[in-house]
Ligand binder design. Structure first.
Ligand code: AMP
Length: 174
C-alpha cells in the first residue's frame, strides 16, 4: 500500500514557505490508518521499551492505537499548561515558532525505556525536546518512530547521532 498518496500537501500553511503535510487525509481512510498503525507496531518490535509516549496532538492519534495494541502504558507529552499535576517543562524551537512541552513528573520511573511516536519530523526540535523531557524524568529513550520524515530538513540525521530513529514515509520539506 502506497501510504504517501494519502498525505495531502498544502502550500503556505500555517505560514508562507511551509509545505504542510496533512495526515487527516490518511486517518480518514480506515484501511490506510490500520496500515500505518501496523507498520509502526512492526518497526517497534526492533526495540525493547516499557512505555509509549507521544507529542500532542497528532502524535496521540497514532501512539494511543500502538500503545493499545502493544498493551504498553501511554504517556502524554503536552503543550504548556495543559497537564494538571506537577510537570517537567522543556522549551524549544519549531519550524514555525517556539513552544514548550511538558510531562507529569509521575509519568515515568527511573531507567524506564520509552518509545516516542509523532506524526512528523521536520527540524527535529520537537523530538529533541521530547527526549529531554524523558531524560529529565530519569527515564531513557528507546527509539523514535515518525509517520513522516521531511528528509531534507535533517532532523532525522541529527537525531540519529543520539537515538534510534525510524520513519514510514519520506517527503521533501519544501
Ligand atoms: P520539528 O520540531 O521541526 O521536527 O517539527 C515537528 C512538529 O511540527 C511535528 O509535530 C509536526 O506535527 C509539526 N510540523 C512541522 N513541519 C510540518 C510540516 N511541514 N507539515 C506538517 N506538520 C509539520
Amino acid at each position: 500500500m502506497d501510504l504517501k498518496k494519502y498525505i495531502r500537501s498544502i502550500p503556505d500553511y500555517p505560514k508562507k514557505g511551509i509545505l504542510f503535510r496533512d495526515i487527516s487525509t490518511l486517518i480518514k481512510d480506515e484501511i490506510a490508518f490500520e496500515e500505518v498503525i501496523n507498520q509502526i507496531v512492526k518497526k517497534s518490535k526492533k526495540f525493547s521499551f516499557d512505555k509509549v509516549a507521544a507529542i500532542e496532538s497528532r502524535g496521540f492519534v497514532f501512539a494511543s492505537a500502538v500503545s493499545y495494541l502493544l498493551k504498553k502504558p501511554f504517556i502524554m507529552l503536552r503543550k504548556k499548561n495543559k497537564l494538571p499535576a506537577d510537570v517537567h517543562s522543556v522549551n524549544f524551537n519549531l519550524e514555525y515558532g517556539t513552544a514548550t512541552i511538558e510531562v507529569h513528573k509521575d509519568s515515568l520511573n527511573e531507567n524506564e525505556k520509552v518509545l516516542i511516536i509523532d506524526d512528523l519530523i521536520a527540524t527535529g526540535g520537537t523530538a529533541e525536546a521530547a527526549a529531554k523531557l524523558i531524560e529529565i524524568s530519569h527515564a531513557k529513550v528507546a527509539a523514535f518512530i515518525f509517520v513522516i520524515n521531511l528528509f531534507d530538513l535533517n532532523g532525522t540525521e541529527n537525531l540519529k547521532k543520539k537515538y534510534n530513529v525510524e520513519s514510514l514515509i519520506d517527503f521533501p520539506g519544501h
